[in-house]
Ligand binder design. Structure first.
Ligand code: FES
Length: 105
Protein backbone atom coordinates (compact mmCIF):
# COMPACT_ATOMS: atom_id res chain seq x y z
CA UNK A 1 0.00 0.00 0.00
CA UNK A 2 1.02 3.59 -0.61
CA UNK A 3 0.58 6.14 2.18
CA UNK A 4 -1.15 9.39 1.24
CA UNK A 5 -2.38 12.34 3.29
CA UNK A 6 -5.66 13.83 2.08
CA UNK A 7 -7.07 17.09 3.40
CA UNK A 8 -10.85 16.84 3.11
CA UNK A 9 -13.42 19.57 2.44
CA UNK A 10 -13.59 20.33 6.17
CA UNK A 11 -9.82 20.85 6.35
CA UNK A 12 -9.14 17.59 8.20
CA UNK A 13 -6.03 15.57 7.31
CA UNK A 14 -6.83 11.92 6.67
CA UNK A 15 -4.17 9.19 6.35
CA UNK A 16 -5.02 6.91 3.44
CA UNK A 17 -3.56 3.56 2.36
CA UNK A 18 -3.79 3.55 -1.42
CA UNK A 19 -3.67 0.48 -3.63
CA UNK A 20 -1.26 0.78 -6.57
CA UNK A 21 -3.03 0.60 -9.91
CA UNK A 22 -6.17 2.38 -8.78
CA UNK A 23 -6.64 6.05 -9.58
CA UNK A 24 -6.37 8.67 -6.87
CA UNK A 25 -10.09 9.33 -7.36
CA UNK A 26 -10.97 5.67 -6.77
CA UNK A 27 -8.81 5.78 -3.67
CA UNK A 28 -10.28 8.87 -2.03
CA UNK A 29 -13.93 9.05 -3.16
CA UNK A 30 -15.21 6.84 -0.32
CA UNK A 31 -13.80 9.19 2.31
CA UNK A 32 -16.35 11.45 4.01
CA UNK A 33 -16.19 15.01 2.65
CA UNK A 34 -14.19 14.00 -0.40
CA UNK A 35 -14.58 14.17 -4.18
CA UNK A 36 -17.93 13.41 -5.82
CA UNK A 37 -16.43 12.08 -9.06
CA UNK A 38 -19.79 12.15 -10.83
CA UNK A 39 -18.56 10.89 -14.21
CA UNK A 40 -16.75 7.94 -12.67
CA UNK A 41 -13.35 8.78 -14.11
CA UNK A 42 -14.20 9.65 -17.71
CA UNK A 43 -12.56 13.08 -17.49
CA UNK A 44 -15.83 14.82 -18.19
CA UNK A 45 -17.05 16.38 -14.93
CA UNK A 46 -14.12 17.85 -12.91
CA UNK A 47 -15.83 16.90 -9.64
CA UNK A 48 -12.69 14.96 -8.71
CA UNK A 49 -10.62 18.15 -8.60
CA UNK A 50 -7.78 18.09 -6.07
CA UNK A 51 -4.98 20.48 -5.18
CA UNK A 52 -1.60 18.76 -5.02
CA UNK A 53 1.04 19.91 -2.53
CA UNK A 54 3.43 22.19 -4.38
CA UNK A 55 6.46 20.01 -3.65
CA UNK A 56 4.69 17.08 -5.34
CA UNK A 57 3.18 18.58 -8.46
CA UNK A 58 6.29 18.15 -10.64
CA UNK A 59 6.58 14.50 -9.68
CA UNK A 60 3.25 13.64 -11.28
CA UNK A 61 2.70 12.86 -14.97
CA UNK A 62 1.73 16.03 -16.88
CA UNK A 63 -1.88 16.97 -17.50
CA UNK A 64 -3.28 15.73 -20.80
CA UNK A 65 -5.28 18.07 -23.04
CA UNK A 66 -8.67 16.79 -21.84
CA UNK A 67 -7.71 17.30 -18.20
CA UNK A 68 -6.49 20.84 -18.86
CA UNK A 69 -9.75 21.61 -20.63
CA UNK A 70 -11.88 20.39 -17.72
CA UNK A 71 -9.81 22.18 -15.07
CA UNK A 72 -9.86 25.46 -16.96
CA UNK A 73 -13.60 25.75 -16.24
CA UNK A 74 -13.16 25.51 -12.47
CA UNK A 75 -13.30 28.69 -10.46
CA UNK A 76 -10.90 27.07 -7.99
CA UNK A 77 -8.35 26.23 -10.69
CA UNK A 78 -4.79 26.75 -9.49
CA UNK A 79 -2.30 26.38 -12.33
CA UNK A 80 0.40 25.33 -9.89
CA UNK A 81 -1.59 22.71 -7.98
CA UNK A 82 -4.82 21.59 -9.70
CA UNK A 83 -5.26 18.04 -10.97
CA UNK A 84 -8.17 15.74 -11.71
CA UNK A 85 -7.70 12.83 -9.33
CA UNK A 86 -9.21 10.36 -11.82
CA UNK A 87 -6.31 11.00 -14.18
CA UNK A 88 -3.55 10.00 -11.76
CA UNK A 89 -2.69 6.37 -11.08
CA UNK A 90 -1.40 5.38 -7.67
CA UNK A 91 2.17 4.07 -7.88
CA UNK A 92 4.82 3.36 -5.28
CA UNK A 93 6.48 6.64 -6.26
CA UNK A 94 3.53 8.52 -4.71
CA UNK A 95 4.42 7.37 -1.17
CA UNK A 96 3.83 10.39 1.10
CA UNK A 97 1.81 12.41 -1.44
CA UNK A 98 -0.26 15.20 0.11
CA UNK A 99 -3.34 16.58 -1.59
CA UNK A 100 -6.39 18.65 -0.75
CA UNK A 101 -9.92 18.07 -2.03
CA UNK A 102 -10.90 21.19 -3.97
CA UNK A 103 -14.02 23.03 -2.76
CA UNK A 104 -15.81 22.37 -6.08
CA UNK A 105 -15.24 18.60 -6.08
S1 FES B 1 -14.32 11.82 -12.08
FE1 FES B 1 -15.14 13.12 -13.59
S2 FES B 1 -13.43 14.18 -14.36
FE2 FES B 1 -12.61 12.88 -12.81
Amino acid sequence: MVKLVVTDKDGRDVDVDARPGLSLMETIRELPRSVEAICGGLCSCATCHVLIATDWIDRLPPRRYEERLMLAGSRFFDVARSRLSCQIKVTAELEGLRLTVAPDS
